[in-house]
Design a binder for this molecule. Structure first.
Ligand code: JD8
Length: 274
């Protein structure tokens, strides 16, 4: 997969040199190219922003600079100038559609991604309109909180997509076990994990995990995934595909929900606060 990133802070992406993404690049699975947006400015101050039309706080990134940069980077990526080869353009923005595991799986099928992380108040909206008529443009958000720019979001998206590419994850851990991934554990949070020593500061590892009984261990892990999901992300249980639940799953869920509602009922007003 080819990944182009245009930013005024290309140094922000040094983390993509290490660990899993670094290895994926060494193996040629990921071909990440960083571009300094200011390279397409023409003035002595390398200006990329200006005041917002209609007034208001902050500055907006200029369309002409982004246009020059995107055109050049797309042309660089087109083999022998084959203009039919086009990237999927991804614009991080707090007003974008949620980035999810499902979107990550979708992006992982793409041969070429172009990221345009912005700063200031964002990019002049005509840029997304201009390229929306020529490329597939996705405005995405990584969560309901406000960052100072799009670079951190690109790091998150590239790692979430990169680890899904064939050959990146060792065969030890497969992405099919991922939370949120399609399959048996879809929309269930990961359960607790343990390793040696069997007792640490008086804390013991759950006996079942030392039993070697793989069926019972798988059952316990699924029950713990239900417990944690009900506790931390109950809205995800509503998304569970009932077709993936067996009779035991239903009993466990009913028991957990009965207990949780019981706890909620017993909880006094002071408890409801937290
Ligand atoms: C891109 C500029 C900062 C945003 C004024 C603060 C994503 N989940 C997310 N939260 N924030 C972003 C994000 C923030 C960005 C830019 C993404 C470019 N900013 C702006 C509007 C309000 N400042 C994001 N993905």
């Amino acid at each position: 997969m080819r990944v182009d990133i245009i930013s005024i802070f290309p140094e922000y992406f040094a983390p993509l040199d290490v660990s899993l993404m670094g290895k994926a690049r060494d193996r040629g699975i990921l071909d990440i190219r960083l571009h300094q947006l200011r390279d397409w400015t023409r003035d002595i101050h390398k200006t990329v922003d200006d005041t917002p039309y209609g007034g208001g706080p902050g500055m907006v990134m200029k369309p002409d600079i982004w246009g020059e940069a995107i055109d050049a980077v797309v042309a660089q990526g087109q083999p022998e100038g084959d203009v039919s080869v086009l990237p999927r353009m991804i614009v991080p923005t707090p007003s974008g559609r949620p980035f999810t595991q499902e979107v990550a799986l979708d992006y992982a099928r793409e041969p070429w991604l172009l990221f345009t992380p912005a700063r200031y108040e964002g990019i002049d909206s005509r840029v997304m309109a201009e390229y929306g008529s020529r490329l597939r443009v996705d405005e995405v958000s990584i969560g309901d909180y406000v960052l100072a720019g799009g670079e951190a979001a690109v790091l998150v998206i590239v790692e979430a997509v990169g680890r899904l590419l064939p050959g990146v994850l060792g065969n030890a851990c497969s992405v099919s076990d991922d939370s949120f991934a399609p399959g048996a554990m879809a929309n269930l949070l990961e359960g607790p994990v343990y390793t040696k020593p069997p007792v640490w500061r008086g804390h013991e590892v759950p006996e079942i995990l030392l039993s070697g009984h793989h069926g019972k261990i798988a059952r316990w892990r699924r029950d713990e995934a239900f417990r944690r999901t009900l506790d931390k992300r109950p809205e995800l249980l509503a998304r569970l595909d009932s077709g993936t639940l067996d009779a035991h799953d239903r009993r466990v869920l009913e028991e957990l929900e009965r207990k949780a509602s019981g706890d909620a009922f017993r909880a006094g007003p002071e408890d409801m606060a937290n």
